[in-house]
Design a protein around this ligand. Structure first.
Ligand code: NAD
Length: 265
């Protein structure tokens, strides 16, 4: 049986790809494609807008009440309504919207007493695998290996380092008992920049249209180990969100992580 899916933010960059790839997946039936009421594409078929042909669901500003799961990539101004709708209609929720306030994150935890929720600021399957691998590698290699993280993104990215690079560093710090975030050294410059043992070096490259690259480098006398992830486009997040959406089918109420979706926790 297919999961009846509401795509929230269906005309957005992520939303359109969720519509497109959920049609290919075969595990979903789109029953709702929601957008803000004043969006110029309201009324248009969501599949046509996503470039995959008619799916028979028009973009609308109301959420259907009869659905199994909602996938939300919108903005935090919408999150309270999303939570309220899913809770009152027993709809599972995959939420990838970033920038949620502490109160909204608490709201999600409260909602998870009633419905099943996956919340992750990085839904990429590969990156979530990497979060686990970098911690394991740091433990296995031991303290003689200096750890440096290099990330590269497009020239338009405002923040540095990326949230994902920080999550990689935090995974390593937590697994190896380093002081967090005190162990971080951002870039290195000057005549007195000798590497401090136990620190994690963090380096951000910005240029062109690089989608996202992350490398964790473990180097000691005699060898270097590198664990890397390259995002080719945004579909890596979409595949993760869809995997989470299918995984939630039949799950009890609770707050679940991408690691649980991937079966490593
Ligand atoms: P976007 O601006 O292209 O799309 C957001 C869409 O939400 C827009 O079409 C907008 O009209 C719509 N929207 C606004 N108000 C709405 C409402 N009331 N109801 C329904 N839809 C509404 O942005 P995007 O690039 O698709 O990213 C969306 C969010 O997902 C951002 O918070 C971004 O940071 C996050 N994101 C998360 C991940 C992850 O892995 N967790 C990956 C990529 C993006």
């Amino acid at each position: 049986m297919k999961s009846r899916l509401i795509v929230n933010g269906a005309a957005g960059r992520m939303g359109r790809r969720i519509v497109a790839l959920s049609c290919e997946d075969g595990g979903f039936e789109i029953v709702g494609a929601a957008e803000r009421g004043d969006h110029p594409e309201i009324g248009r078929d969501a599949g046509v807008l996503a470039g995959v042909g008619e799916v028979g669901v028009s973009l609308g500003s109301e959420y259907p009440s009869d659905a199994d799961v909602m996938i939300d990539f919108t903005w935090p101004g919408v999150t309270d309504d999303v939570i309220a709708h899913c809770v009152s209609n027993g709809i599972s929720l995959v939420i990838g919207t970033t920038g949620l306030s502490d109160e909204q994150q608490e709201g999600l935890v409260k909602a998870s007493e009633r419905i099943a929720v996956v919340y992750a600021t990085n839904m990429s399957v590969g990156m979530n695998v990497l979060f686990t691998l970098v911690a394991k590698a740091a433990q296995m290699l031991g303290e003689e290996y200096d750890i440096e993280i290099v990330e590269a993104h497009h020239r338009f990215k405002k923040d540095a380092p990326s949230g994902s690079a920080l999550s990689l560093a935090e995974s390593v710090a937590e697994a190896t008992g380093r002081d967090w975030p005190g162990c971080l050294v951002h870039g290195r410059q000057g005549g007195d920049a000798l590497r401090e043992k136990g620190s994690i070096g963090m380096h951000a490259i910005r240029g062109g249209d690089i989608t996202g690259q992350h490398s964790v480098i473990y180097s000691t006398l005699g060898e270097t180990v590198r664990l890397s992830h390259d995002a080719h486009n945004r579909d890596n997040f979409v595949h993760g969100a869809l995997r989470a959406g299918l995984w939630l089918r039949g799950k009890e109420a609770g707050m679940y992580t991408m690691k649980q979706v991937l079966g490593v926790e």
